[in-house]
Design a protein around this ligand. Structure first.
Ligand code: C2E
Ligand code: CA
Ligand code: CA
Ligand code: CA
Length: 278
């Protein structure tokens, strides 16, 4: 697996698995981390495929576990899901993201939408739409500044519930994106039923670009998305060849290390400042 340059999760990952091998210990470590406010968000820019201008940020969870170092989000999100702490962790992160949106508005007088990742367990909680509404209200944030990234797997496994939750979230005015599109088994009909705003094409389909077969797949997804009035984001763009191929295939927004890795709130603010200058 590729790693962000300059960070290595490998050791902490193993520590978390080995040092906290049973669920009880993992649960205690996570619970303590949530209580102590050890979880933070990094913000990765997405850019307009044609102009290169900043369009939005994706908030990605980070845990610098004291004495252990950075733990991979894949590890601690999965552990939070196993131990039933994902609701608490997810709420903490949602509140942080809304606080950040409010702060950027206050500092720069404007903002771009911020996308928060939502675990299937969070999304399917009947109280989730109310939580989102509360988080926005607590920070005086208008709903159009918040996007929720949901995953294909939750939609496939619980289509009716997912459709109902997405409808409620839409009614609130937040945007909903399907993450990792192309890795799961969502049918084309499901995309129509869900009434999302955006799909994010998984890195696994972007990585092989500009191989001709991959271009054909990405183009077909973009044509479908266009017919359904969905925005398309290509994720994991690392080279200019991939960026050009994704843009030519019809992706409207691009995200990946080619533009920026996930940034601290301060560094993300610098992007925002440049974005709002002109
Ligand atoms: P994801 O939502 O698909 O996020 C994309 C991942 O790819 C992030 O890894 C990001 O840092 C990384 N990435 C971005 N651009 C590139 C690139 O050009 N090349 C490569 N190789 N990787 C790139 P990260 O931050 O380690 O997060 C991993 C996964 O953990 C996320 O995948 C998401 O499923 C989950 N996750 C992260 N934060 C949260 C959160 O707040 N809530 C939930 N429920 N899940 C989260
Ligand atoms: Ca995501
Ligand atoms: Ca993704
Ligand atoms: Ca992913």
């Amino acid at each position: 697996a590729k790693r962000t340059p300059g960070t290595s999760y490998t050791l902490a990952e193993k520590e978390f698995e080995r040092g906290s091998s049973n669920m009880l210990e993992q649960e205690q470590a996570l619970r303590a981390g949530i209580e102590r406010g050890e979880f933070h968000l990094a913000y990765q820019p997405k850019v307009d495929a044609h102009t290169g201008a900043l369009t939005s940020f994706e908030a990605l969870a980070r845990w610098n576990r004291p004495g252990f170092g950075a733990v991979s989000p894949l590890e601690f999100i999965a552990a939070a899901e196993r131990t039933g702490l994902i609701a608490a962790l997810g709420s903490t992160l949602l509140w942080q993201a809304c606080a950040q949106i409010a702060q950027w508005h206050a500092t720069y007088g404007s903002c771009v939408p911020v996308a928060v990742n939502v675990s299937p367990l969070q999304l399917l909680d009947p109280r989730f739409p109310q939580l989102v509404e509360q988080a926005l209200e607590d920070h005086g944030v208008a709903p159009q500044w918040l996007t929720l990234e949901i995953t294909e797997s939750s939609a496939v496994q619980n289509l009716d519930q997912t459709v109902a939750q997405v409808a409620q979230l839409r009614a609130l005015g937040v945007h909903v994106a399907m993450d990792d599109f192309g890795t799961g088994f969502s049918s084309l009909n499901m995309l129509r039923t869900l009434r999302l705003h955006t799909i994010k094409i998984d890195r696994g389909l972007i990585d092989p670009l500009p191989a001709p077969e991959s271009i054909a797949v990405v183009r077909a997804i973009c044509q479908l998305a266009q017919a359904l009035h969905l925005h398309v984001v290509a994720e994991g763009v690392e080279t200019t060849a991939q960026a050009e191929a994704a843009r030519d295939a019809g992706c409207g927004e691009l995200q990946g290390y080619l533009y920026a890795k996930p940034l601290s709130p301060h560094d993300a603010g610098q992007w925002l400042a440049q974005h709002t200058e002109h």
